[in-house]
Write a protein that binds this ligand. Structure first.
Ligand code: SF4
Length: 370
């Protein structure tokens, strides 16, 4: 990754620091960009009268605001980089910087994948509209299932164009190019946790719509693609602006994740006692959900202990004498990291399946934070 090609918008930040006569500013930077933190601190201190403190704890999202701690330190403003504002009150002046990347890869390498996915979406749509009265319920299940096992409620086969925040500026021009190539393109607008059209987070894909039959994601890594397919069940192509490579999220990969999730649910069915994790980070705190999980466990004759943590990690919970954990903090901890834990670590939906409150056969439900 060429870090010099990111726009940290230092001049705009400096302007605001001067205008508000800020003397102490904190920087909060995601892990992948922290390598540039000291250089940024130098640049800000050279150009303004402000002193800069780096909030050096791990940061993975705008859910993780450090404001109360920074306030205690006398910080007057936080510059939060690489994420956008979500529906939580930061409690002090905050300057969000998306950190745009200037790479603009050709669409050509991804075209063949998109054409195949459009075909899949159209087929699924026409199957679901088929009036074949001879079809059995079992056939219908086989025929119309999406990637996570739901009977797909599709109304269209549009291409949903989404990306991670560093690449969202590309979406309007890519939409035009894709439309010129014959695709019916939609840039979905999500709920209050998202700031921009086409934006996706690891815990929120609320822009998904029944009109969208398949997706193109602009970004790198598997983090967002895994969540997007687990949430929507729809075919997903990926174009990486850092490497310019195109690929797809394979169904085999998603099936492997689902098999692992089902294994953990099965193990949790035998569990008598659970640790219920509550995230202390402002945008991850789901107290009501955690209390609902506790009541549900009790109604099934199981024990649930509420454990509040800022960071969740195996070394912080493995030693508790419980049989399993249910996580109400960042949904991706259970999905992406469960192999690191000695005991089953499952999502609230997965606990409902383990206790027989929901049925696995009706399709996987991704744990979304609205
Ligand atoms: S809750 Fe998790 S997935 Fe959602 S923004 Fe925070 S770190 Fe990302």
């Amino acid at each position: 990754m060429d870090l010099d090609r990111h726009d940290f918008e230092v001049d705009e930040l400096v302007e605001r620091l001067k205008a508000e006569d800020t003397r102490l500013v904190a920087l909060q930077i995601p892990e992948g960009l922290k390598i540039q933190a000291l250089e940024l601190m130098d640049r800000i201190e050279e150009k303004s009268a402000a002193k800069v403190v780096l909030a050096a704890d791990p940061c993975y999202g705008a859910c993780d605001l450090v404001h109360h701690k920074m306030k205690m330190m006398g910080v007057e403003m936080v510059a939060h980089m690489g994420h956008s504002q979500m529906n939580i009150d930061s409690g002090m002046p905050t300057h969000f910087i998306p950190v745009t990347y200037d790479g603009e890869p050709e669409l050509e390498p991804v075209m063949e994948i998109l054409v195949g996915h459009r075909e899949m979406a159209s087929q699924r749509l026409s199957d679901s509209m088929s009036e074949d009265s001879d079809i059995t319920e079992e056939d219908a299940q086989d025929k119309f299932l999406d990637a996570v096992g739901r009977v797909a409620p599709l109304n269209g086969s549009k291409l949903g164009l989404v990306g991670s925040i560093q690449h969202l500026h590309l979406l309007p021009s890519y939409k035009e190019k894709l439309e010129n190539s014959g695709f019916d393109v939609c840039i979905p607008t999500g709920g209050a946790r998202l700031s921009f059209p086409g934006q996706v987070l690891g815990c929120n894909y609320s822009g998904d719509d029944d009109d969208i039959g398949h997706y193109l994601f602009l970004g790198s890594g598997d983090f967002h693609p895994i969540g997007l397919v687990l949430h929507t069940g729809k075919p997903l192509a990926i174009l990486d602006p850092y490497t310019t490579e195109a690929r797809e999220m394979s169904l085999e990969f998603i099936e492997r994740i689902l098999r692992q999730r089902f294994g953990l649910i099965t193990m949790s069915q035998e569990a008598k006692s659970f640790g219920i994790l509550i995230g202390e980070k402002p945008g991850q705190m789901r107290r009501s959900l955690a209390l609902r999980m506790k009541r549900m466990l009790e109604s099934h004759g199981r024990k649930g202990y509420l454990l509040a943590l800022e960071h969740v990690g195996p070394e912080l919970i493995d030693f508790y004498p419980v049989d399993a954990f249910v996580n109400t903090a960042c949904p991706r901890i259970a999905i992406d990291d469960s192999v690191k834990y000695a005991k089953p670590l499952i999502t609230p939906y997965e606990l409902e399946v383990a206790l027989g409150e929901k049925k696995w056969e009706e399709g996987y439900q991704f744990d979304e934070i609205p």
